[in-house]
Write a protein that binds this ligand. Structure first.
Ligand code: SAM
Length: 305
C-alpha cells in the first residue's frame, strides 16, 4: 500500500514486525511511542499474551531495532512498560543502539494496585531514549500544578516538567475513565489499554515540532494518532487487530470533544514559545472548530484491510 504520507495520518493493519521496514515506512521517524502488550496472559484473540519471557523480550528487541533503523538522527523513542520490567526495557534499548535519556515515572492519579507482601504499585515506567547522544528536538515544557501541601509561596512562572509525571490520570475501567474512554452502547470499554491523550500530548510536545513524523507500532485505540494529528504532526499507526483499526479510523473521523487537546493548552501556558511548539495553524484550527462545533471532518487516514 502507498504510505508516502500524502495525508497526515496513516493506519496500517498488520504486525509491526512485518511493517517496520524501509519499503513500507518511507519517511524517517522523529518520535516513536511504544505501548506494547505487556505479556500478562490476558487471553487476546489477535496475539499470544503469554510468551516465554525470553521470546517476548526478543520480540521487543526486534521492534526497538527496527524502529531505530527507521529513526532520524536525534529522534526519540518512549517505551512504556510495567515497573517490574524496567531493567529489561533499559537493556532492550541499550542492545539496539538507543541512548538513554530518562526513566520517567508515570505515577497514576488512580489508586495503587495493593500488594500483600510488597508495597502497592502506583506507577508505570516510560523509558525515553534517543538515536545518538543529543535529542534532535527537546522542548523544556513548563507546567503549573497545584502547590504541594505545606508550600507557602506560589510559583511565579510554573516549573519545568520533571521525570515524575503525577498529574496525568490513567483511564481506569470505572467511573474515572470519564468521557475520554471509548465505549460501546452498553458502556463497556472498547479498548482497555487506551492511553490518556494528556500522556501523548506531553510526549509529542516534548520531542517533536509541527510537521515531524510520529510512529506508534502498537496503535491500539489510536491515542497517539489522534493527538499527533491535532498538533499537525504526521502520524503512522500500526495495529494488528482489525477491530482496533476500525476504532482508530472512526476516532480520527469523529473528532470527539473529549479527544480535543486544546483544552490542555493552558496547562503549559508558562512554556516559552508554546504556540510555536503546539503549532500555530493547529491552534487556529482548534479554536475555529470549537467555535463551529464541527464534529465530522474529512478522514485523514488510509487503511490496509
Ligand atoms: C497496550 S495496547 C496499546 C494501547 C494504545 N497505546 C492506546 O492508547 O490505545 C497494545 C496494542 O498492540 C496491538 N498489537 C499486538 N501485537 C501487535 C503487533 N505484532 N503489531 C501491531 N500491533 C500489535 C494490540 O492489538 C493492542 O491494541
Amino acid at each position: 500500500m502507498d504510505n508516502s504520507l500524502k495525508k497526515n495520518c496513516i493506519v496500517l493493519h498488520d504486525s509491526c514486525t512485518t511493517v517496520l521496514v524501509r519499503e513500507r515506512i518511507v519517511p524517517p521517524i522523529d518520535l516513536a511511542f511504544l505501548d506494547p502488550p505487556f505479556n500478562q496472559d490476558k487471553g487476546y484473540k489477535a496475539w499470544d499474551d503469554n510468551l516465554p519471557p525470553a521470546e517476548y523480550w526478543a520480540w521487543m528487541r526486534e521492534v526497538c531495532a527496527k524502529v531505530y533503523a527507521l529513526t532520524s538522527d536525534g529522534g526519540a523513542i518512549y517505551f512504556m512498560q510495567r515497573e517490574k520490567n524496567a531493567e529489561f526495557v533499559l537493556q532492550c534499548l541499550r542492545d539496539t543502539g538507543w541512548t538513554f535519556q530518562n526513566l520517567i515515572i508515570w505515577k497514576k492519579k488512580t489508586s495503587a494496585v495493593p500488594g500483600l507482601k510488597r508495597f502497592g504499585k502506583h506507577y508505570q515506567v516510560i523509558a525515553f531514549a534517543t538515536k545518538g547522544k543529543t535529542p534532535r528536538v527537546f522542548h523544556r515544557l513548563r507546567i503549573d500544578p497545584p502547590l504541594p501541601v505545606g508550600y507557602k509561596h506560589a510559583r511565579e512562572n510554573g516549573m519545568f516538567v520533571t521525570d515524575v509525571w503525577d498529574d496525568i490520570r490513567e483511564l481506569t475501567s470505572g467511573y474515572f475513565a470519564g468521557d475520554e474512554a471509548l465505549r460501546d452502547a452498553a458502556g463497556s470499554r472498547l479498548h482497555k489499554q487506551q492511553a490518556p491523550i494528556q500522556l501523548l500530548l506531553r510526549i509529542i510536545l516534548s520531542s517533536t515540532n509541527p510537521g515531524d513524523v510520529v510512529l506508534d507500532p502498537f496503535a491500539g485505540s489510536g491515542t497517539t494518532l489522534v493527538v499527533a494529528e491535532q498538533l499537525e504532526r504526521h502520524a503512522i499507526g500500526i495495529e494488528l487487530d482489525s477491530h482496533n483499526v476500525a476504532l482508530i479510523q472512526n476516532r480520527l473521523v469523529e473528532q470527539r470533544k473529549s479527544d480535543d487537546v486544546s483544552r490542555f493548552f493552558k496547562d503549559y501556558a508558562c512554556t516559552p514559545d508554546l504556540e510555536t511548539i503546539w503549532g500555530k495553524t493547529a491552534l487556529t484550527r482548534q479554536s475555529k472548530s470549537a467555535e463551529l462545533s464541527v464534529s465530522k471532518q474529512t478522514a485523514l487516514f488510509e487503511s490496509k484491510q
